[in-house]
Design a protein around this ligand. Structure first.
Ligand code: A3P
Ligand code: MG
Ligand code: MG
Ligand code: MG
Length: 312
């Protein structure tokens, strides 16, 4: 570890480099062509591929090796073995621009026991299997005392349609410090562009969107991808009236969006808790707004009866 740097900066700087390695693994597996798809549960479109499994092993092994006292929870199971992971997948590099940040005072002395890292090794698995590759992201969220405070959204296929050899892009955020990798933008005034799921639609999801009377709805895959659309000001809000997302889907996106000046809550306007003992589902839905959007005003347009359906 770098001498004297706050642990949260070390963890974020390692997560940035590790997410990019996970992105390379995801692309290698797609190139090799054998995705090894498994249906995870009874829900439709809940798939796991060799890319989800391998990317998770890379991330968990890399972070466990460097931060053995931090709790790490990944979407694809609980193995934290390092000894059987390909050496090349264990990332030791750190992002220097993150290490050079002026750490917000409240995170300078963080106890590792209070930190939980939430890992979604491949967000947008349905879209990955369908060839909608720019919907795919790698998500790493860092929570301190239950709050999402830092995160990484790596988009391995960003720009691949015009540049097939793209290395993608990596966006990181630290609440109180800002974001890197892109500039946060305010969405256009006089419109209301919403983003939501394309593969996990339900009647309640539609009802919540219609209540907001949007000028446009952008249906794309991945919680990370949708958060990026909001951070970049291409959409005003990410609205998902469903309990389908889990803590690994939202911890990273919440931290990055909030570091970018947006607000990321459930349908009641409350922040999720990301401590190690919480239930995994985001049972109160998602309501996330861009920088410059009045989150509380927009949330008032969702009927109370619909909000009362959550959690279900
Ligand atoms: N009903 C549901 N069941 C299982 N996973 C769901 C879900 N609704 C959303 N998700 C998960 O939440 C993430 C974003 O969903 P969506 O693309 O539909 O907006 C995806 O993560 P993963 O691809 O990492 O599993 C997706 O699988
Ligand atoms: Mg999944
Ligand atoms: Mg996900
Ligand atoms: Mg996933």
């Amino acid at each position: 570890m770098s001498q004297g740097k706050p642990m949260i900066l070390e963890l974020l700087a390692s997560s940035v480099k590790t997410s990019a390695k996970a992105g390379q693994i995801i692309k290698d597996i797609m190139r090799q062509g054998d995705l090894g798809i498994v249906e995870k549960g009874s829900e439709p479109n809940d798939l796991q591929t060799e890319a989800d499994r391998s990317a998770q092993r890379c991330i968990i092994a890399s972070l466990t090796k460097k931060f053995p006292n931090v709790t790490i929870i990944g979407e694809e199971g609980h193995s934290h073995r390092i000894d059987d992971v390909v050496q090349d997948w264990i990332v030791s590099e750190v992002d220097q621009s993150v290490l050079a940040l002026d750490c917000p005072p409240q995170y300078k002395e963080v106890n590792p026991q209070d930190v939980v890292v939430w890992v979604d090794p491949l967000d947008g698995t349905s879209e990955y299997t369908q060839g909608l590759l720019d919907h795919v992201t790698v998500l790493i969220g860092i929570a301190v005392q239950g709050r999402a405070v830092a995160g990484v959204i790596h988009q391995p296929y960003y720009g691949y349609k015009t540049a097939p050899d793209t290395l993608g892009r990596t966006i990181w955020g630290l609440v109180g410090s800002g974001i890197g990798g892109i500039q946060a933008q305010t969405p256009p005034k006089g419109e209301l562009i919403l983003t939501t799921t394309r593969s996990h639609n339900t009647a309640l999801v539609v009802e919540a969107l219609e209540a907001l009377k949007p000028s446009k709805i952008v249906r794309v895959g991945g919680a990370g991808h949708k958060a990026l659309l909001v951070i970049e000001g291409l959409c005003h809000a990410y609205v998902f009236a469903s309990n389908g997302c889990k803590k690994w889907d939202t911890c990273g996106p919440e931290a990055v969006l909030e570091a970018a000046g947006g607000v990321f809550t459930d349908l009641h306007g409350n922040h999720y808790s990301y401590g190690k003992d919480v239930a995994y589902p985001d049972a109160q839905g998602i309501f996330a707004t861009a920088k410059g959007v009045d989150h509380a005003e927009l949330l008032k347009k969702i009927p109370q009866a619909l909000k009362d359906a959550f959690p279900y």
